[in-house]
Design a binder for this molecule. Sequence first.
Ligand code: NAP
Length: 265
Amino acid sequence: MRDRYAVVGNPVAHSKSPQIHAEFARATGQDLEYGRLEAPLDGFERTVAAFRSQGGKGLNVTVPFKEAAFRYCARVSERARKAQVVNTLVLSGPDVFGDTTDGVGLVNDLARNLHFDLKGKSLLLIGAGGAAQGVVQALLDAGVARLLIANRTVSRAQALAARHGVAACGYQELAGERFDVVVNATSAGLAGEAPKLPRSAFESAALAYEMVYGRDTPFLVQARAAGARASDGLGMLVEQAAESFLLWRGLRPDTRAILEQLRGG
Ligand code: NAP
């Protein structure tokens, strides 16, 4: 039987992960299958347990289960422990191991695909949900000089910032602030909305990064109108997938071909 992997989430029908991992498997000559698992909102643990008992080797975890996945693991990586979220489960060992590859996925997309150097930069991270939690440590490790976290619900930003020793605020307090890069880790774009940022947030920004992908969100439109270079999160999706593949299969696939394929190139 071929080794089985899947992405678990709710909803999960839209996920591009099966296409990405199928291409990675083809390109690296790995014999595996990768599907989708829609878990009931109250059924993450039993869905994962059933997949594992049927011989499943690994799972990617997407909205809204990344925090539940962290709690489910017997062991987690150091970066997942700091983030308190897990997006990759390794099920092939004697116990369940969890890691988070979103942070390294974002940093790799910025460095490799967008050729943007984070070292010494001032960065505004918007959002404090699972996606934001997963990237803070990787951004700090990449040499960001200043990282400010802003969220609609300020208390969530404060809790996340406190874990990493950085600052947090609400959107109104951003008036007059300037950043080299603005990263939108909210899900506002999925609803056709943008976080209500003051225009000044983009004024000095060389890059505005939207984690949502596959649509021209109001955040991207605003950033371009303010003169910033703007990117969606498709590259992050592909790069985090490559890191999950590395954890499961011991080799890191090239990401260029699938990124071009997904962008319709
Ligand atoms: P989440 O845990 O549900 O958190 C949602 C975040 O968005 C919270 O900070 C929330 O603020 C904020 N938010 C939602 N609607 C908003 C609005 N209308 N205005 C302002 N803020 C709003 O979700 P998540 O796991 O962090 O994921 C966030 C997004 O990142 C999703 O769209 C996901 O698809 C994307 N993502 C992309 C990648 C990638 O590889 N490209 C990876 C991970 C995630 P409150 O705290 O105030 O509710």
